[in-house]
Design a protein around this ligand. Structure first.
Ligand code: NDP
Length: 296
């Protein structure tokens, strides 16, 4: 079997197209322009690339982008004051504080200072609780993108066996909640899981989010399973820095029914879902119907 390759880049382009249409409707029909504020503290090179890309795509879909850059040494109280200001600003519908923050800041306090209605990353404790209890929330962008790709590939997910590799707050746990919401039978595996290969082999759906290059080989995969590779590992290969997933793409491709590549799979979907969440937040703030197909 040669797996279908799930083209996250093309899918993300489709999502951005839908977002652009909604933004147009909000502007022309309701006089509202969705706005996303992105806050970057420090000069971490990877974070700078992400923030640049987020701002560029925000503008491309017709939304307002507000970029705030703070020095690495900024006091946490200054960042919290900026968040208060953005919470109160009616032109800002989504707020994203780029992680990681410098060591002297407490990420949880910073995230929980964001108005949950504007928390387009879906990391605020209220949104975590709402998702866990099956209520309307802001859903973290990476798992939301994975869910969209799974629905598009498989249709109804009800009753399928899903294994999520990784239990982080930003990927593994919300991914498992979303799959549970789709009525999958969900197993969360992690570094202490015994017989990992056997656990993975039972799954119709595998979502790998461990941060270990090519950890999942083809012989762990049930024939025909759908494999979503969240991993982004920067490695030197053939004298170049390359992005490598958590899945051994070559061997998995021979067994799986469908698989996402790295790069070009989950990565592009994450920013597309950030834009989708910002439109959703804008609609909710204005008491307007939410865009269909852009939420969980
Ligand atoms: P974390 O480091 O926070 O979590 C990794 C998880 O993997 C932990 O739960 C850990 O288990 C588990 N794990 C580590 N080693 C093993 C192992 N040998 N066997 C089984 N489980 C293991 O990572 P994140 O969730 O933040 O990210 C995971 C990957 O996804 C990274 O490569 C990251 O770069 C990528 N990523 C990609 C995004 C995208 O947009 N495409 C967005 C976010 C992340 P334990 O809890 O027991 O330690």
């Amino acid at each position: 079997m040669t797996a279908e390759i799930i083209d996250g880049k093309a899918f993300a382009t489709r999502i951005r197209g839908q977002v652009t249409q909604h933004v147009d409707r909000l502007k022309t029909g309701h006089g509202v322009t969705p706005g996303l504020a992105v806050v970057l503290v420090g000069e971490d090179p990877a974070s700078q690339v992400y923030v640049r890309s987020k701002n560029k795509q925000t503008v491309e879909v017709g939304m307002n982008s507000y970029e705030h850059r703070l020095d690495r040494d900024t006091e946490e109280s200054t960042l919290l004051a900026l968040i208060d200001q953005l919470n109160a600003d009616p032109a800002v519908h989504g707020i994203l504080v780029q992680m990681p923050l410098p060591d002297h800041m407490d990420s949880a306090s910073v995230i929980n200072a964001i108005d949950p209605a504007k928390d387009v990353d879906g990391f605020h404790i209220s949104n975590v609780g709402l998702l866990a209890t099956g209520q309307k929330s802001m859903v973290p962008c990476t798992p939301l993108g994975c869910l969209m790709m799974l629905r598009d590939t498989l249709g109804n997910l009800s009753g399928l066996d899903a294994v999520v590799l990784g239990r982080s707050n930003i990927v593994g746990k919300p991914m498992a909640q979303l799959l549970l919401g789709e009525s999958c039978t969900v197993t969360i595996a992690h570094s202490r899981t015994r017989d990992l290969a056997e656990v993975v082999k039972r799954a119709d759906i595998v979502v790998a989010a461990v941060g270990r290059p090519e950890m999942v080989p083809g012989d762990w995969i049930k024939p025909g399973a759908t494999v979503i590779d969240v991993g982004i590992n920067r490695m030197e290969r053939d004298g170049k820095t390359r992005l490598i997933g958590d899945v051994d793409f070559q061997s998995v491709q021979e067994v799986a029914g469908a698989v996402t590549p790295v790069p070009g799979g989950v990565g592009p979907m994450t920013i597309a879902c950030l834009l989708a969440n910002t439109v959703t937040a804008c609609c909710r703030a204005n008491g307007l119907p939410e865009p269909e197909g852009l939420t969980a």
